[in-house]
Design a protein around this ligand. Structure first.
Ligand code: GUN
Length: 333
C-alpha cells in the first residue's frame, strides 16, 4: 500500500506528484477492515486480562425509545459480547429525571465490575446532559466527553479520548498516511468530533486549521488541506471545488437522503445507490460530495469509513479504562 500511496502522490514529498498524476483512482480507506483489526487486538487484550482474573465491564445507559440510539446501543453491547467484555444495559424510561439519572451514574461509578460508563446521546430535553456527562467518573468516561478527559487530551496526558476522532487517527496511521507536517483542515468545531480531532492532529504534528460557519472564503482554506476532515453534518457539503486534487478526505458525516431529487443530485449514474433507494426509500451520504472523493488521493467512504471505527474505539477505551484503573500499562490501539 505504501508504494501505491507514493504513486497517487499523498506521501510527504509528493506535492508535485499530487497535481500531475491524476490518472489513478483514489484509494478507499476501508474503515470496516481497520475496525476488525482493532477489535481483534482488543480481543487479545481482553484474553490477557482474563488470564489475570480481570473482565473489563461496560455499562450503557439508553433512555427512552429513540430508534437510532437503540440500533447503536445494541451494536455496542453485541460487540462487547464478541470480544469477551462484560456489558450491562440500563434502559430507564423517557420520564426519568436528571436527579434519578445522577443517582444511576453514581451507583455505576462506585461499582468495581464496571470500567466504562456510556450514556447514549441524545437524552430527552428535560434531562441536563452536561451535568450528567460531568457526573461520570473521568476514569470510566469511555466516550471521552468529560471535561477532565478533554483537558488531558489538551495537555497530552494519558486519558480517554473521544472515539470518533481517535478512529480518524487510527485510519490515517494504519493506512500509513503521513500526518506530521501535513496541512490538516477540520471542518466543524463540535466538542465531540471537531475540537478533539483538531487537537489529536496537532498532537501528531500536523498544521491544523479549524473551520466553521463564520470562516471567510472557506473553499480557499479547504483547498489548502492535505488532510480534510469533514464533520459538519451537511449532506455532500464539501464539493470538488473545495478540494485539492490528491488530498486525503476523512468524511465523518452520516446524512440520510429521502428525497429522490437529492439522491439524483449526489449519486447521478450510481446504479447501486439507486437500487438501495428504490428498496429502502433512503440512502446515506456523508458531508463530502462523491465528486470530491473522485479527485482525492484517498478517502473514507460513507458508510464503511469513520463510522465503522467508533465502536472499535469504544471497546479499546473500555479495556484501556480497565487497565488504567488497575495501574496496568496501556499500549497503542
Ligand atoms: N450518540 C451518537 N453517537 C454517540 C456516541 O459516540 N456516544 C454517545 N454516548 N452517544 C452517541
Amino acid at each position: 500500500m505504501l508504494s501505491q500511496l507514493h504513486r497517487i502522490g499523498i506521501m510527504p514529498s509528493g506535492r508535485d506528484t499530487m497535481s500531475t498524476d491524476m490518472t489513478n483512482h483514489p484509494h478507499v480507506l476501508d474503515g470496516v477492515a481497520i475496525a476488525s483489526e482493532i477489535k481483534a487486538e482488543v480481543g487479545r487484550e481482553v484474553a490477557a486480562l482474563s488470564a489475570k482474573g480481570i473482565t473489563p465491564g461496560l455499562a450503557v445507559i439508553l433512555v427512552g425509545n429513540v430508534a437510532a440510539s437503540e440500533i447503536y446501543v445494541r451494536s455496542k453491547v453485541k460487540t462487547c459480547g464478541e470480544l469477551g467484555i462484560f456489558s450491562e444495559m440500563l434502559t430507564p424510561p423517557e420520564s426519568i429525571t436528571t436527579e434519578e439519572m445522577l443517582d444511576l451514574v453514581a451507583k455505576l461509578n462506585a461499582r468495581d465490575d464496571i470500567d466504562g460508563i456510556l450514556i447514549q446521546l441524545p437524552l430527552p430535553k428535560h434531562v441536563d446532559t452536561k451535568r450528567l456527562l460531568e457526573a461520570v467518573s473521568p476514569d470510566k468516561d469511555v466516550d471521552g466527553f468529560h471535561p477532565v478527559n478533554a483537558g488531558r487530551l489538551q495537555s497530552g496526558q494519558p486519558g480517554l479520548a473521544p472515539c470518533t476522532p481517535a478512529g480518524i487517527i487510527e485510519i490515517l496511521k494504519r493506512s500509513k498516511l503521513p500526518i506530521a507536517g501535513q496541512n490538516a483542515v477540520v471542518l466543524g468545531r463540535s466538542d465531540i468530533v471537531g475540537k478533539p480531532a483538531a487537537l489529536m492532529l496537532l498532537n501528531e504534528s500536523a498544521t491544523v486549521t479549524v473551520c466553521h460557519s463564520k470562516t471567510r472564503d472557506l473553499p480557499a482554506v479547504t483547498r489548502n488541506a492535505d488532510i480534510l476532515v469533514a464533520a459538519i453534518g451537511r449532506p455532500g457539503y464539501v464539493t470538488a471545488e473545495m478540494v485539492r486534487p490528491g488530498a486525503v478526505l476523512i468524511d465523518v458525516g452520516i446524512n440520510r437522503l429521502t428525497d429522490a431529487a437529492d439522491v439524483e443530485r449526489f449519486f447521478a449514474g450510481d446504479a447501486a445507490r439507486a437500487a438501495t433507494f428504490a428498496k429502502r426509500g433512503s440512502v446515506i451520504v456523508g458531508d463530502v460530495h462523491p465528486a470530491a472523493f473522485a479527485i482525492s488521493g484517498a478517502y473514507t467512504p460513507v458508510p464503511g469509513g469513520v463510522g465503522a471505527l467508533t465502536i472499535a474505539m469504544l471497546m479499546h477505551n473500555t479495556v484501556k479504562a480497565a487497565k488504567l484503573r488497575r495501574g496496568i500499562p496501556v499500549g497503542r490501539a
